[in-house]
Design a protein around this ligand. Structure first.
Ligand SMILES: Nc1ncnc2c1ncn2[C@@H]1O[C@H](COP(=O)(O)OP(=O)(O)OP(=O)(O)O)[C@@H](O)[C@H]1O
Length: 236
């Protein structure tokens, strides 16, 4: 995989990247999705989040990525309490996270290359070597021959791999991925897992929501399980 750019993966001195304390969350027609959830992701840790469909995995990730606010409890990221964060302060936190959404959220009018390069462009400027980093990352996820294609011309698995490349290109301190291997075969799932593991070794904190229990077990990562609103750590 590409060598890390000068910007360090993790700059905060806080020992925990994520802390949820007594978090409760639900929707008007689906209350109590999360009840009194406590979670600490130490800096540089790697966790899988499992649970049946509808258990609230995506909802939990949405809280962590500041796409929703908890109804009770507190959330802190990189050592800062973000429970009542002002909207204008959210982008600064988001720039420190790489998020792989279940529905990919790619920009259809941009090429695969430009989608993957977007976080680097948003972070400012075009540093020497950035384009080579993007190319190398796209090759790593098997899109070396599809760099000029736009998302509507990509398969589901290709879109998923592009979404992952975009999420990690900036070496974020926190990587949050929602079913990042749901559309790829087992060999590619293992390859993507290795990418997340490499980034984790470089210092990133990683949380992956997945139905793929076997992948979670193969990863050797700690496994968190959501069930009936509660979060449990599976026995090692
Ligand atoms: N925007 C929303 N408005 C109302 N209800 C919602 C909304 N988003 C999710 N829900 C409901 O909240 C519950 C939890 O959904 P969530 O997507 O968090 O679960 P999940 O564990 O990620 O499921 P899956 O594994 O199927 O992706 C489900 O019952 C879902 O129907």
């Amino acid at each position: 995989m590409p060598s890390p750019p000068a910007s360090a993966a993790e700059t905060a001195s806080a020992p925990e990247t994520v802390r949820l304390s007594g978090v409760g969350f639900g929707y008007a027609d689906a209350p109590g999705i999360l009840r009194d959830v406590n979670l600490i992701l130490p800096r540089g840790s790697f966790h899988f989040l499992t649970g049946p469909s509808g258990a609230g995995k995506s909802s939990l990730l949405r809280l962590l990525t500041l796409g929703a606010r908890p109804q009770t409890g507190r959330i802190s990221l990189f050592g800062s309490d973000v429970t009542d964060i002002a909207r204008r302060d959210i982008p600064a936190f988001r720039r420190r996270m790489g998020v792989v959404f279940q529905d990919f959220r790619l920009l259809d009018h941009l090429s695969a290359f430009d989608n993957a390069a977007l976080p680097l462009r948003l972070a400012g400027g075009r540093e020497v070597g950035q384009d080579a980093d993007v190319e190398e990352m796209l090759k790593w996820v098997g899109l070396g021959r599809r760099m000029d294609a736009r998302p509507p011309a990509l398969s589901g698995g290709e879109k998923q791999r592009l979404a992952i490349a975009r999420a990690v290109i900036n070496r974020p301190g926190l990587i949050v991925a929602d079913e990042p291997t749901g559309s790829v075969d087992a060999a590619m799932a293992d390859r993507l897992l290795r990418l997340f593991q490499s980034l984790n070794r470089l210092g990133a904190t990683v949380l992956i929501a997945s139905h793929d229990q076997a992948l979670a077990e193969r990863s050797g990562a700690r496994v968190l399980h959501l069930h009936k609103g509660g979060l449990y750590e599976a026995a090692a």
